[in-house]
Write a protein that binds this ligand. Structure first.
Ligand code: IMP
Ligand code: MG
Length: 180
């Protein structure tokens, strides 16, 4: 029996972004961020689980002294739609007061997660707070949010791969696929 993962790899689902397109974009984002934060020592905060791959790859293109930490939140459960309630599963460990903080997201859909993190982290009084997201879905925002660095603007479809899951699976795929 063929695995669900193999079906993606064998072309049963459309590829939205190839590994090469993803890596090229991350290289550009890394250069831009390294330029913008010259002389500073930013703290990157990856948002688990979705952004673990993106955070790891982005960091490889940062040419500054920097730190990395992770926060874990969830709002989707195992569904394709946000539940609308953001829950913290793991807090950050680092102190961000007076630090330059850059939150690393995999994808922004409703904007609720980013909005929630903006409020939560602002309360900890960072010197600066910015957001980078590999993907931003067009036309799906439910709230106003800020995102300072965007990799790709994509159609309002459910996507998996490169860290993004459906029911915890398919994060391991090197490309990003449309699933719905
Ligand atoms: P938001 O709070 O609705 O903006 O959703 C943010 C989080 O939901 C993202 O960080 C993802 O973890 C997850 N998510 C949103 N859209 C998708 C998708 O198309 N595929 C997989 N996960 C998604
Ligand atoms: Mg996420």
């Amino acid at each position: 029996m063929i695995s669900e993962t193999a079906k993606f790899l064998e072309g049963h689902y459309p590829v939205l972004l190839t590994p090469e397109q993803i890596q090229q974009k991350i290289c550009e984002l890394g250069e831009t961020i390294s330029n913008d934060y010259q002389g500073l020592c930013p703290v990157f905060i990856g948002v688990l689980n979705g952004s673990y791959m993106f955070t790891a790859d982005l960091m490889r293109h940062i040419t500054l002294d920097c730190e990395v930490d992770f926060v874990k939140i969830s709002s989707y459960g195992d569904a394709m739609q946000t539940s609308g309630v953001v829950k913290v599963r793991k807090e950050i460990d680092c102190h961000i007061e007076e630090r330059d903080v850059l939150v690393v997201e995999d994808i922004i859909d409703s904007g609720l997660s980013v909005k929630y993190l903006e409020k939560k982290l602002t309360d900890l009084k960072p010197k600066s707070l910015k957001f980078v997201s590999l993907l931003v879905k067009e036309g799906s925002a439910k709230v106003d949010y800020r995102c300072d660095y965007v990799g790709f603007r994509i159609p309002n479809r459910f996507v998996v791969g490169y860290g993004l899951d459906y029911s915890q699976k398919f994060r391991n795929l090197p490309a990003i696929y449309v699933m719905d």
